[in-house]
Structure formats: C-alpha cells, structure tokens
Design a protein around this ligand. Structure first.
Ligand SMILES: *[C@@H]1O[C@H](CO)[C@@H](O)[C@H](O)[C@H]1NC(C)=O
Ligand SMILES: *[C@@H]1O[C@H](CO)[C@@H](O)[C@H](O)[C@H]1NC(C)=O
Ligand SMILES: *[C@@H]1O[C@H](CO)[C@@H](O)[C@H](O)[C@H]1NC(C)=O
Ligand SMILES: *[C@@H]1O[C@H](CO)[C@@H](O)[C@H](O)[C@H]1NC(C)=O
Ligand SMILES: *[C@@H]1O[C@H](CO)[C@@H](O)[C@H](O)[C@H]1NC(C)=O
Ligand SMILES: *[C@@H]1O[C@H](CO)[C@@H](O)[C@H](O)[C@H]1NC(C)=O
Ligand SMILES: *[C@@H]1O[C@H](CO)[C@@H](O)[C@H](O)[C@H]1NC(C)=O
Ligand SMILES: *[C@@H]1O[C@H](CO)[C@@H](O)[C@H](O)[C@H]1NC(C)=O
Length: 795
C-alpha cells in the first residue's frame, strides 16, 4: 500500500516536452490554494505534540505554529476547515514515538508512518471514526494499545506488519471495523486462536497474519475471504486441525497455510473457482490430492511438499507452477500414474479412518507387501491388517470387504466410531476380527462361526441405540471418507489427531521451526524482502483473472522486481529448506524450451514467420489452438550483443503493457537459447501491406485504415514516451515493426533497441553510439550531437 501523494508526485514527471509543464503548474497551484485555512486549535495542539514526539519538528521542518497554513507541513494534509486529514510520513527516517495525542485528530483519514524506526507503544486510535487507512508497518513499536481498533468504523485498510509488539491476541474490537477490506499483521507477535467473528466481518477480503504465534483450529466461517495468509506460525503448537474450512471459501484467490500443524485430508476444491495460489507445504496433511484441486482451471501455483499426502502424484496442468521440493509420499513419482490397485484399496480403508498420519507415514511406495505398516501379505495378496493403537478415528470403511484375501483384521485400541459394516462378514478367508477398545455401536454382522471376533471395550456394541450426536467442528463438506458408510462421525476427529501428532512429531516440528526461523532471519538480514527465484524455473501461467481466460500474464521474474510482489514473497519463505524457495510472483512467465519445441514443431522451417535483426520468429500453436509468435535469437549473435538485446527486450516488455504494444507472453533462457514468446499477430507487418501486397494477394491499404494504423502506433509510442512507469525510446519504429491483428488494429513490436530515458531528467550516462535504422529514427534523435543525449542504457 502506498500513499497517494507519494505516488502522484512520482508519476509522470518525466515528460519529454513542455506540454506537461502546464498541467503540472495547474496542479501545484491547486494544491497551494486548497491548503490555506488555519488549523483548528485542537488539531494544532495535537500536531505540535505529534511533531515533537516523532522528531518531525527537526527532521521535516514541522516547527511552525500552524500545521495547515500558510501551507501544510510536508506530509500533512488539511481540509478547508483547517482540520488535519492526513499524516503521511512513511519512510522518512523518523526515530521518535507516536504521541497519544494523535487520537485528538478527529478528522484524520490517513495515518501513515510506515518504514521508519519509531519505538514505544502504538497509542490507541479509539473513536477516530473518519480514519480509513493505517499504515504503521516496518517500525519498532513495542506494543499496540488494547483498544487500538475500538470504534474505527470507517477503516478500510490496516497494515501493522513487522513490529516487535509484546504478544497480543487478535483484538475483539476489530469486529467494530465493518468497512475493513484489508488486514495485514504479519510478524507482529499475535498469539492465541483466530476468533470466530472474522467470518462475520462483512467486507473483509484480505487477512494476512503470517509469521505470528497463532494456534488452534481455524474457524469454519472465513467464507468471504479472498486472500488468506496463515503461514509460518512460530509457536508450538501452531495453527492445527483440519483444513476443511477451505471448502467453503468460494471467493478465495490466494491461500497460504504453509508451515503449520494442519492435519487430515485435503477438502473438495470444486467450489473455489477463483483460486490461483495454494500453498500447503510443511504441514501434516494426509490422503490423496483430490481431482477437484488438480482440475481447478484458475490454479497457477501450488505447493504441497513436506506433508504426508498419499495416492498418485497429481498431474497438474502445464499452466500450474508446482513447488516440487520437499518430501512426498505419493505411491509413484510419475504424475498421474495410478497406484497399484491394492494401494487404492488400502487408501479407501484409510479414508474411513480420516487418513491417520501414522498410516500415511508408514505406507511408502507402491507395493503394500513390502513394509506398509500394519499390512501383511502372502504371495502378493493382503492377508492381514493390524492397526492396534494407531490413533484411528472415523469409521470402518466397507471397502475392507474388497480385500478378498484378508484373514486378519485388528483395529483394537483406537477411537473408531460408527457401526461395523455388514459387508465384513462376506470376506471368505476371514479368521480373526479384533475390534476391542473402540467406540463402535450397533448390531454386529453375522460372521461365520469359525471367525474369532473380539468386541470388548465398546460400551455401545450390540445396542441399536444411535450414538451420541457428533459435534460439528466446522469442517464443512470436505472429503468424504471412504464410501461414506459407517455413520456421521467425522466429528472432531482430525483435531484430536492433531493433538496426538503434536507430541509425536514435536521433535520434527521443533527442528523444522528452528530451520524456518533461522532462514527467515537470514533472509531478512541479507536482503529484507528480496525475492528469491530459481533461474531455471520453466513455467507457463495462464492469466488467472480478467476478461480473456486464454491470455497469459506478462510479468517476468527479473532480478530487480520490487514492490508488493516482493514483500509478498517474504512470507512464503517459511519453509524448512532454504533451497526450496519458489517463484510465485503473480504472472511470472518462464516457458520451458520443451514446450516451445513442441508448439513450433521443433522450430520447423514451415513455421517461420519472419527473420529479424537478431533472430527468427516462428509461429507456434498451443494445444488449445491459441497461436503464439516465438522469437528465437540467432545463436550467431549469441554474444553479449544478443544477450543484451534479449534482456533489454524483456525488461521493457515487462514494464509496459498497452493495447498498441505487442505483448510478451513469456520467455525462455535455457543454455544458449534465448527465446521470447509474443502474442501472434495474424495480419503480419504493415510493411507487407504497404510494399508487398501484390505478392501476398492483398488489396492495398485504404487511407482510412492507414490513418487508424498511424493513430494506433502513435498511441503505443505515446505510452512508451510518457505514460508507462518509465520513459522508453523505441529507436527502430518502422513498418516492419508494426504488426496487425485480424481487426487491422496495429501494435508496435520489436523492442530490442529500446532505450530507457532517465526519469529525473538528469543525464545519467551518455549514449555513445546511435542505434536503430536510419530513416526510422526520430529526426531530433539522429540530428542532435550525440553527447547531449540524455539516454541511458537499459543494461
Ligand atoms: C486531546 O484531547 C483531550 C480531550 O479532548 C484534551 O484533554 C487534551 O488536552 C488534548 N490534547 C491536546 C494535545 O490537544
Ligand atoms: C523498512 O524500513 C527501512 C527504513 O527504516 C527501509 O530501509 C526498508 O526498505 C523498509 N522495508 C520495507 C520492506 O519496506
Ligand atoms: C487491499 O489490498 C489489495 C491487494 O493488495 C489492494 O489492491 C487494495 O488496494 C487494498 N485496499 C485498500 C483499501 O488498501
Ligand atoms: C512476543 O511477546 C512476548 C511477550 O510479550 C515477548 O516476550 C517476545 O519477545 C515477543 N516476541 C517477539 C518476536 O517480539
Ligand atoms: C492371490 O490369491 C489368489 C487366490 O485368491 C491366487 O490365485 C493368486 O495367485 C494370489 N496371488 C499371488 C501373487 O500369489
Ligand atoms: C474418541 O472420540 C470421541 C469423539 O469422537 C471423543 O469425544 C473422545 O474423547 C475420544 N476418545 C479418545 C480416547 O480419544
Ligand atoms: C459455509 O459457509 C456458509 C456461508 O457461506 C455458512 O453458512 C456455513 O456455516 C459454512 N459452513 C461451514 C462448515 O463452515
Ligand atoms: C454436505 O453434503 C451433504 C450431502 O453431500 C449435503 O446434503 C449437505 O447440505 C452438505 N452440507 C453443507 C454444509 O454443505
């Protein structure tokens, strides 16, 4: 979140001509005029106290008597009644404290003191019912007032991240903030459980509480949230219990639950039709990955490692970036390859018992007859299941009756509920059934006389009486165990598994925690919020939202990305293995060479669309029929020049996006290969329509179309010159670099020679050679003495 004044000031300052000076002057005049009113005495007094405590009297010149006139103190906003409405001093190197008098600024709408080194308590803001935005993150506040949020009824966004608060619970007053959209409180020593009222907050969309000390189960009521970060809780226990609450979160786009103590199976994902980023790493989840997740069309990024997930390795689509690091317990490594039928049968049995962790952990590989815990075989046929004291809950799945060779079934000393399925009596080879010391009820099936049956320690066995009604645990309609027999006793099964596992895996968890903490601190020291990426990650992301579902998002993971994506990343790094960091910047666009070979028929001659200065452009067709243009740099120019071209082009194309500029869909850097993937422009270059129309059996361009093409090009160039984040000079604007779509709309292409104009108007480095095609350079660019050109190399 950035303050609007800052961004307005930074935006479009780099105009190329005097044209923008006029609007700028008007803008400045307007600001000056609005600010003349004298501050109200109440606000003036409060601001004096705030100024002194922050040290802003000295650091920012807040030392005049009136904070609003003759002009407002820098970073202070006043309205026409002389009321202070904004205090925006993020990142000013302030080292003081925030005075409690800030609470007297009753018209305050924005409070931004983020990224300073402020200490002391964060005072109460109770009652400031105009306050909309609070950004106090990245400071050293030692505590937060217990009634900080009381009565903040207009609050829409709050960011508290990265403050060393004394431990505090998620405050109940938050429930007053009925307008709250974004709540961000990562790394602020939050403790205790997540309160139930979160689900009742009508507008809450984003809830970020990563890297705290939260514990206990997640309330099942978070259905309205879009963006949930619970990852990396650092206490013991962490957040725990079932993740079945997810099934209800139909608006979710990003779910980060990694590095916690969640247990049990994955829920049904079919309702989560907007989910694109799911991170469940480093938990104790069990059971198979449901098809409803694998088939989720919106999914772009998934991390499941270091759990005990079972069944086949999921075969996610090529558009999904998978974090494949960590331990996996899938039956076979090959994605989509089905497990041995005997393994599938055992999984059905385990499903009835809510996929207990002990069984998941003890069942490695694809042959149940070689060392599956509790399973014994004869000649490759399962003859015995013996799960004494394995912490089983749930119920006995009738699927057991499909193991026709079963002779022995021992389930004693667990907490199995429900009835004994009648199908068990049909097992032809059965000799021993030991169900003692569980919680079963109901009539026993009619086993044959030669079957030894033990049922002692089940107080309700033989009784028809229904079991005590199981308490709902907010687990929703997640995974249905087994064939859904046995009864409705999903109950609190998974949370009790959590408790048991808490101690069993305590040692593992502590080791992991130390690793995660160590790594987190290390990361922060090194490069506080730097994004770590693996250079050879080869992925293609379909765009997750927006009008055209076939479009692919453009952002490329370049080393210097910063801003929101970068700080997001910081919280995805709570993994136990520092090497495991995965790239999840939304839209990161690396495409594997293999994919590109496939779509271009191995760069076949027949697919060549054209040859340019630095490479050959091939036509490619994706499996869904969408066409792409694949520009492969000539290996001959693969010296520095080619690499520089490539980098230049990527760095420009990732910073600009406009309907009159050809979009980059992805790229590939693999060994010597340098490949850029663009949208395909079916009508080819304008040069063809101007000069070669006869050869192509086309009509000459109508004048109206020429005009509209010229306008399109002008729009694209205008954007490059003045509207993009930075100012770019194309330097090679010629008809062969202007491409046409089917609607004859034109887009500017070939950014290989683009130069970045400095944003501050100062000469940063001097261009020493002219580049581009003579005749297509801007005349003033070609004519001016080279040394006076302020353009700087992009590299
Ligand atoms: C803040 O307001 C309180 C009560 O309205 C008043 O007693 C106090 O003097 C005020 N502080 C300043 C610095 O204006
Ligand atoms: C945190 O604040 C410091 C200045 O105190 C600044 O250098 C740093 O970039 C900030 N970090 C983030 C992530 O904003
Ligand atoms: C809430 O967060 C989202 C995503 O980070 C952001 O786009 C939006 O502007 C934020 N809303 C407010 C009111 O700050
Ligand atoms: C969290 O709060 C506790 C209790 O106030 C304190 O001892 C501890 O140092 C805090 N932890 C962090 C990381 O600030
Ligand atoms: C499993 O048992 C069946 C008889 O039920 C037998 O025909 C088959 O050979 C056995 N399998 C193996 C691998 O021995
Ligand atoms: C068995 O499960 C029931 C609920 O299903 C629970 O109330 C009881 O405490 C559990 N018993 C043990 C020994 O875990
Ligand atoms: C699922 O969400 C609905 C509202 O969207 C809520 O009424 C219901 O209780 C939730 N179910 C669970 C199990 O949390
Ligand atoms: C759970 O599923 C059952 C059957 O599939 C359905 O009747 C019930 O309404 C569902 N409950 C919720 C909370 O979705």
């Amino acid at each position: 979140m950035q303050s609007p004044t800052v961004s307005t000031a930074r935006r479009r300052r780099r105009g190329l001509g005097p044209a923008i000076l006029l609007p700028l002057a008007v803008f400045l005049a307007a600001v000056g005029a609005a600010a003349a009113a004298t501050a109200s005495p109440q606000d003036a007094a409060a601001m004096q106290a705030v100024a002194v405590a922050l040290g802003a009297d000295k650091a920012l010149g807040w030392d005049t008597p009136d904070p609003c006139s003759p002009k407002p103190w820098p970073g202070v906003g006043c309205d026409s009644d002389g009321r202070v409405t904004a205090v925006q001093v993020g990142g000013k190197g302030l080292t003081g404290t925030l005075a409690p008098e800030v609470r007297n600024l009753t018209e305050l709408m924005r409070l931004e003191v983020f990224s300073n080194r402020l200490t002391g308590p964060l005072p109460s803001l109770a009652g400031l019912n105009s306050l909309q935005v609070i950004l106090v993150h990245n400071n050293s506040f030692a505590s937060i007032a217990p009634d900080f949020f009381k009565g903040l009824s207009a609050l829409t966004a709050v960011s508290l991240d990265d403050n060393p608060f004394a431990s505090w619970p998620v405050p109940a007053d938050l429930a007053d903030c009925a307008s709250l959209l974004n709540f961000s409180a990562n790394s602020v020593n939050l403790t205790g459980p997540l309160p139930d009222f979160l689900g009742a907050m009508p507008s809450l969309r984003q809830f970020h509480v990563a890297m705290n000390y939260l514990s206990g189960p997640v309330p099942g009521s978070l259905a309205s949230l879009e963006d949930l970060w619970l990852n990396g809780q650092q206490g013991s226990p962490k957040l725990s219990g079932s993740i079945s609450f997810i099934a209800n979160m139909t608006k979710a786009t990003q779910l980060w639950l990694h590095s916690n103590d969640f247990t049990g199976p994955l829920p049904d994902f079919s309702g989560l039709t907007s989910l694109y980023d799911l991170n469940l790493r480093d938990n104790q989840l069990t059971g198979p990955v449901p098809d409803s997740l694998v088939n989720l069309k919106t999914l772009k990024s998934v991390a499941l490692g270091n759990n005990m997930l079972q069944g086949p390795t999921p075969a996610f689509g090529t558009g999904v970036v998978q974090d494949k690091s960590g331990i996996f317990q899938f039956c076979l490594p090959d994605p989509g390859k089905p497990c041995d039928p005997r393994v599938n049968l055992l999984l059905e049995v385990a499903a009835g018992f809510m996929y207990p962790y002990k069984l998941a952990q003890g069942w490695k590989g694809n042959d149940p007859c070689t060392g599956f815990v509790g399973v014994e075989c004869n000649n490759g046929n399962i003859t015995s299941l013996s799960f004494t004291n394995k912490g089983l809950t749930g119920s006995i799945s009738p699927s057991i009756s499909k193991i026709a060779t079963l002779e022995t079934l021992v389930l004693s000393g667990n907490n199995i509920t429900g009835t004994v399925p009648k199908e068990l009596a049909d097992l032809p080879a059965l000799k021993l059934v030991d169900l003692s010391n569980n919680n079963l009820y109901g009539q026993l099936p009619a086993f044959r006389n030669n079957v030894i049956l033990k049922t002692d320690g089940n107080p309700n066995i033989g009784k028809d009486a229904p079991p005590p009604p199981s308490l709902p645990d907010g687990s929703g309609n997640g995974t249905k165990p087994g064939d859904g027999s046995g009864g409705n006793n999903k109950g609190s099964a998974s949370s009790s598994v959590g408790v048991i596992l808490g101690s069993v895996f305590g040692a593992i968890a502590v080791l992991g925690l130390i690793g995660a903490l160590g790594f987190y601190c290390y990361k922060r020291k090194q490069k506080p919020f730097g994004r770590v990426q693996s250079p050879h990650a080869m992925v293609i992301h379909p765009r997750h939202s927006g009008s055209d579902p076939d479009m692919v998002k453009i952002t490329v993971a370049s080393g210097n990305a910063n801003g929101a994506a970068a700080s997001n990343q910081a919280y995805s790094q709570a993994s136990t293995d520092p090497r495991d960091i995965h790239v999840v910047e939304a839209g990161n666009m690396v495409i594997s060479i293999q994919v590109l070979r496939n779509v271009t028929n191995n760069f076949s001659q027949d697919n060549i669309l054209g040859r340019g200065g630095f490479g050959t452009v091939y036509k490619g067709e994706l499996h869904d029929g969408k066409k792409i243009a694949v520009k492969r740099m000539e290996s001959g120019v693969m010296g520095n020049k080619g690499l520089n071209e490539f980098k230049s082009e990527i760095s420009v194309l990732t910073k600009v996006r406009h309907r009159n500029l050809v979009s980059l869909l992805g790229y590939c850097l693999d060994g010597n290969e340098r490949i850029l993937v663009y949208e395909y422009m079916p009508q080819g270059p304008v040069s063809q329509h101007l000069f070669e129309w006869k050869e192509h059996n086309q009509q000459p361009l109508e004048w109206k179309k020429r005009l509209s093409i010229a306008l399109d090009v002008a729009r694209g160039v205008e954007y490059l010159h003045s509207l993009a984040q930075q100012t770019f000079i194309h330097r090679d604007l010629k008809p062969s670099n202007i491409l046409l779509g089917d609607d004859m709309k034109a887009k500017v292409a070939d950014f290989g020679l683009v130069r970045l104009a400095p944003s501050d108007g100062k000469c940063v480095s001097v261009e020493t050679r002219l580049a581009g095609t003579f005749g297509y350079l801007a005349p003033e660019y070609a004519a001016e003495p080279v040394s006076s050109l302020p353009y700087k190399d992009t590299q």
